[in-house]
Write a protein that binds this ligand. Structure first.
Ligand SMILES: Nc1nc2c(ncn2[C@@H]2O[C@H](COP(=O)(O)OP(=O)(O)O)[C@@H](O)[C@H]2O)c(=O)[nH]1
Ligand SMILES: [Mg+2]
Length: 367
């Protein structure tokens, strides 16, 4: 077995254990530990995959989150990257396709956000032309897509959305909640929850086609056959996206245009100029807000460091503890929190308490 297979097997085992562990007070800690192990296994799997790709095309994810800038040649991606980050990406006055991904780091609200200037995804990129496949793979693992659109050519957005649709990448759609747990002892395919709109027989047929004959299935959302197949085969990607409507210095009413696009595509849209800097600070904030991350401060400060911990929005005290160090969770009894998630200053909360952006947390150990 190679590294990737080992990582993938370990992830499978952990996820199975996680799915079998009942969620109650007695298993709280065990669950939190398992979840952090699963996260670790996922990282290992990504790492193993990267090494296999080899070619050095894949940019290592760094920082707290990764954002992809996607757009046509000359839309202004390189100019925008320079505005947002500390990097110096070459800009060109004519349309051409860069073939490498240029990374930069944007520091915002204490978060280190990696920004990737993607080479223009050209027509039929998904067919593997011009390194397109690698670009797509990199984009899929980012946390947010920023569509960089030339305000004088807004048809570009249609074209990019079509391209993504062809790649099974869904922007700003909720992933339908589907759970398929294979059980050797199950009596065939047991559909326990079905809000899909498909019949139980349709569901069985799909799963059988993937060699799954004994499983417990729960589907909590409406889902089409095609999307179900894409999800089961792990070919569907659900990503968040926003629009950077660039070059608004060249159009009469950039704000109205941004608003119109926002309505039409169901995405936040920011009118900007990557050369004058107009609207760029609003865009920075928009990027942060759409990443689904939050800042949590620790008390006492770790090593005198006042930088916040950046973690997924809505994370619990337990998840925070596992993110910092897996050993904290072993001894964790409760925590005191002050900030937006609590009513009182230094309120005592349990491991499952959901934190909010800007909270300050003091961990209390068991003695
Ligand atoms: N007028 C105007 N020109 C821009 C703006 N942003 C970029 N450009 C110009 O558009 C051209 C292409 O920009 P570049 O950043 O290289 O685009 P990329 O191919 O998407 O990386 C360059 O000549 C830029 O100076 C903008 O907001 N307004
Ligand atoms: Mg460029």
């Amino acid at each position: 077995m190679d590294k990737k297979e080992i990582a993938s097997q370990r992830l499978e085992e952990l996820e199975e254990e996680l799915s079998k562990t009942k969620d109650n007070k007695a298993t709280n800690k065990h669950l939190a530990k398992l979840r952090s192990k699963v996260a670790e296994a996922k990282r290992d799997l990504v790492e193993a995959g990267k090494r296999q790709h080899g070619k050095g095309f894949f940019i290592k994810k760094t920082g707290d989150a990764t954002v992809s800038l996607l757009g046509f040649p000359s839309a202004g991606k390189s100019s925008l990257l320079n505005m947002l980050t500390n990097s110096r990406s070459k800009t060109a006055a004519y349309a051409f396709t860069t073939t490498t991904i240029i990374p930069g780091t944007m520091l915002y609200n204490g978060a280190h956000i990696q920004i990737l200037d993607m080479p223009g995804i050209i027509e039929d990129a998904h067919l593997g032309k011009g390194g397109g496949k690698a670009v797509i793979a990199q984009m899929r693992v980012s946390n947010l897509v920023v569509f960089v659109i030339d305000a004088t050519n807004t048809w570009q957005l249609d074209s990019l959305m079509d391209e993504l649709k062809g790649l099974n990448i869904h922007i700003n759609e909720e992933k339908p909640r589907i759970s398929v747990i294979e059980r050797k002892e199950a009596n065939g395919i047991m559909v326990e929850v079905n809000k899909s709109g498909m019949s139980a027989d349709d569901i069985k047929e799909i799963l059988n086609a993937f060699g799954i004959y004994k499983a417990i299935v729960k589907i909590w959302d409406k889902v089409s056959e095609d999307d179900m197949i894409a999800i089961i085969s792990e070919k569907a990607y659900y990503m968040r996206g926003i629009i950077a409507l660039n070059k608004v210095d060249l159009v009469a009413d950039g704000n109205a245009l941004a608003m119109e696009l926002s309505k039409r595509y169901g995405m936040h849209s920011f009118p900007i100029s990557a050369t004058t800097g107009h609207g760029v600070s609003a865009l920075k904030n928009g990027i942060y807000e759409n990443l689904g991350i939050m800042r949590i401060f620790l008390k006492p400060k770790v090593g005198g460091n006042s930088e916040p911990i950046i973690i997924r929005k809505g994370a619990s005290v337990g998840e925070l503890a596992s993110k910092i160090h897996t050993s904290i969770i072993d001894e964790l009894k409760c925590a005191f929190v002050e900030g937006p998630s609590v009513k009182f200053r230094n309120q005592r909360v349990g491991i499952k308490h959901a934190l909010k952006d800007g909270d300050t947390v003091t961990f209390i150990k068991e003695r």
